[in-house]
Each structure stands twice: as C-alpha cells, then as structure tokens.
Design a protein around this ligand. Structure first.
Ligand SMILES: [Zn+2]
Length: 256
C-alpha cells in the first residue's frame, strides 16, 4: 500500500473543489456529492487523484483507468451525519486537514475547511471492486466498504512499511494494530482473488520474468501447465483473469 501525500497537489485540487462550491452557491444548491458527480469537475478531480496515486487504487493497488471504472472513495463516508464526521475528525485527527461536515459548511459557506462531500482531503481514487467475471458484485475496496468506519490507511505516512504482503498473497498489518486489521477486513483485501493474484506475482518475481503475455506467464512454470498451482490456472487460461492479474503489476515491484 502506498502513502497518499495530500500536500503536493492541494492547490490544483482545491481549485476544482472551489469551482464547484462557487457554482453551487450561485445556483443556491447544496454542494453534496450527488450534484458533484453530475459535473465535469468530478472527472477532473478523479484524474488528478489517479495521477497523485501513480495510477493505483488507494487500497488494493490495482491499476486504475481514467474512466467510470474508477470510483471516488470518501475516507469519511459521504453519507455520514455531522456527529459521525466529527468523530472521524477527532479519532483520526492527524490524518485529516481542512474538512468540515457538509451541514456545518452550508451554515457559513466559508472555506477552507471544505465540505466532506467533496473535500479533496477526504477523497481518494479507488477501483470499483469488480473481481469476478460475469458479475456486478463488488469484492473489495470502496464499493465493498460502503459506510463502515475504518482508519484512513493511505493517509498514514508510514503505511508502506506497516502494511505487508506474504508470499502466499496475504495482506497484514505489521504492528498487529486492531484498527488496521479491521480496515483490511472491511475492505476485503484478503478476498481469495486478490490473494491468488498476489501469490502469482510472487512466483513471477521469483523467476524474474516481467510477465506481459500468457506465454511469459507459462514460462514462469517451465512451460508446463501441470506445474501451475490449480487455484492459479484461470489466470493463464482465461483472458478476463489474465488481464485482471496484469492490472496488479504493482506487486511485481513490491516482491523481492
Ligand atoms: Zn481496489
């Protein structure tokens, strides 16, 4: 997992948010997320967040595309009431800046702080969690989490060393912290498909073959399909799963 530094792009990102706030104020609308997603500003902010995250999902490290398959994750859920929002800001104070609940914001219309519904400091780019061919069931990340409370893992500066992955693809918190363990569980980061893909990247890295084709993947197993673990066969045999595996190439760089 990568730390997301919210200081570098703040000016450009806040400008997009401010454009939205000024427009909604002019029209006497509520600057909620539902209205934001109907504007081109949402796509602008999404693309900025994707670049800020080097193109990877904030939680599972899947490669993101600048299209509707990428979702915007609210660290403080967009449906939170004022008390819930303030709870986040108290409990995880060090990880947030310049955020206020939407209801509190519309009482003053002054910024910063920005309403949690659209605040850049509350947003990350996440995959849509689709990991199974032929279904629309979301298996991980933003869509799997829904409204559940979790510590904002990518905002923890040392997260890169605090979240690790085993050779069998398991993800865990190195400090056995219950908040981080809970976040991993809520986000389903140990769902079978993600573990298989990470396990496969570990095997690939061990051979040092930077796999981009199915032929190269088979060569990792000495061109002998019988040497491929049965739970990993689909990543070779099925195009959907081969492409899914490729979208997690971040793990080739992760494993040593
Ligand atoms: Zn993801």
């Amino acid at each position: 997992m990568n730390y997301i530094d919210k200081t570098t792009n703040a000016d450009a990102a806040n400008e997009i948010v401010i454009d939205f706030l000024e427009e909604t104020q002019r029209r006497r609308n509520n600057p909620g997320y539902k209205l934001f997603v109907q504007t081109p500003l949402k796509d602008q902010l999404r693309d900025l967040l994707i670049d800020e995250q080097q193109g990877y999902c904030c939680y599972c490290m899947r490669k993101l595309a600048k299209d509707e398959t990428t979702t915007l994750e609210h660290a403080i859920p967009r449906g939170s009431d004022e008390a819930e929002c303030n709870g986040y800001l108290t409990r995880y104070a060090g990880y947030f800046s310049d955020i206020v609940h939407l209801d509190a914001f519309v009482r003053t219309w002054s910024y910063p702080p920005y309403p949690h519904s659209v605040a850049y400091y509350n947003l990350m780019a996440s995959c849509n969690g689709l990991l199974t061919e032929g279904t629309r069931d979301c298996s991980c990340c933003n869509n799997k989490r829904g409204h559940d409370e979790i510590v904002p893992l990518p905002f923890i500066p040392a997260i890169n060393s605090l979240i690790k992955y085993t050779s069998t693809g398991q993800v865990y918190a190195t400090d056995s912290d219950t908040q981080k363990d809970n976040a991993i569980k809520v986000l389903s980061l140990n769902t079978a498909t993600l573990k298989e893909i990470r396990k496969l990247w570990h095997s690939v890295k061990k051979k040092g073959i930077d796999v981009t084709t199915k032929a190269e993947l088979l060569s990792v197993f000495d061109n002998d399909i019988l040497k491929m673990p049965t739970d990993l066969l689909k990543y070779y045999q099925n195009d959907y799963y081969f492409n899914l595996f490729q979208s997690y190439k971040w793990f080739y760089g992760y494993y040593t």
